[in-house]
Design a protein around this ligand. Structure first.
Ligand code: MG
Length: 338
């Protein structure tokens, strides 16, 4: 869709009715925020929830000004939580990354949430810890670490040991390592060893209606160092299992409710005095809007003002943030140095 520059100009205007292709469109109010205007909203917020990639870091590098902004919030006694949709690493590994990038030590494993931790928590609360039932896992090291922490017995991760199928075009059978009645859940997240065998195993375990189907996140792609290369995320893998099993998973990552419930249980936040700050409109902003939080898009990662305008035109007001800013560093009071 071609975005008219005048639409961007009207993005944060007072006039909610905007003409596009000779048709009136109702724009949801969104405000551009800078260091000065941030001062007027910060006093109404107790808890800041940050996405990580595109907000605190980009790949392996820190986003300039973000550590100082976190320091500033901590100096104001604000509660700071990091909520990533990436389940490939555990919270402990992300905590080390934050420390390495120069973030305040108050950002640590206990202030981080990732879908792997929420999946493990979901399974433990469903009574799957302590080895009562096993979990068939399509997932990475981060998920294994979080499952270990809650004593959940899992199998199936990593490369398939051997392809025993014959030379015919179809596979008509597959050997299941565990009896389906002993498998309490199938979990699906990003796994680079995903293949047809794993798909077939997952779908066959899920034939048992008692077997839970839990997914980390449904992001289509993930950011990478080479802009020209598409990196499929967990979404396409979840979609394959969903399609083969003809069942819908409980997906815990943003924008879904399990991640919010996890945060609510752990920190008892007041949604009206909480802001979600992220770089994606369809995960971060939607998560905040769907759960009654204030929302801010930072333009230091994935989505830009064009994307906000597209959401306005499409009437997707749940993906239009209350505020947007170029990056976190742009919100720091000029006279203060942290
Ligand atoms: Mg992000």
């Amino acid at each position: 869709m071609k975005i008219d520059a005048s639409l961007i100009a009207q993005l944060h205007g007072e006039q909610p009715l905007v003409m596009h292709d000779h048709k009136p469109i109702l724009f949801r109010r969104t405000r551009s925020i800078n260091a000065e205007s941030f001062q007027t909203i910060v006093k109404d917020i107790d808890t800041f929830i940050f996405d990580a990639d595109g907000v605190l870091w980009l790949g392996d590098g820190v986003i300039q000004g973000s550590p100082q902004f976190i320091d500033y919030l901590i100096s104001l006694d604000k509660q700071v939580i990091v909520l990533t949709n990436n389940a490939t690493k555990s919270r402990a590994v992300y905590a080390k990354k934050l420390a390495k990038l120069g973030y305040n030590s108050k950002l640590n494993k206990n202030t981080l949430v990732n879908p792997a931790a929420v999946v493990a928590d979901t399974l433990a609360r469903a009574g799957l810890s302590g080895g009562k039932k096993k979990v068939y896992m399509i997932g990475s090291q981060g998920m294994r670490d979080e499952m270990d922490e809650l004593d959940i017995d899992y199998f199936g991760y990593g490369p398939e040991p051997q392809d025993n199928s014959d030379g015919s075009a179809f596979m008509y059978d597959i050997e299941l390592k565990e009896k389906p009645e002993d498998v309490g859940a199938v979990v699906v997240g990003y796994e680079k060893h995903f293949n047809y065998h794993k798909l077939m195993k997952a779908a066959n375990y899920l034939r048992n209606p008692e077997c839970m189907f839990v997914a980390t996140n449904e992001d289509e792609t993930c950011p990478g160092p080479k802009p020209g290369v598409i990196i499929p995320d967990a979404g396409p893998l979840v979609a394959a299992v969903k399609c083969a099993a003809n069942r819908d998973p409980v997906t815990v990552g943003k924008p879904n409710t399990p991640a919010f419930d996890y945060i609510q249980r752990k920190w008892n936040i007041d949604p009206k005095r909480t802001i979600m700050i992220g770089d994606r409109t369809n995960t971060d902003v939607k998560f905040g809007r769907d759960h009654g939080l204030k929302t801010m898009l930072v333009l230091s990662g994935c989505h830009q003002t064009d994307d906000i305008v597209q959401n306005q035109i499409a009437g997707k007001h749940d993906m239009v943030p209350d505020f947007y800013a170029s990056c976190l560093g742009a919100l720091l009071p000029n006279e203060r140095h942290y």
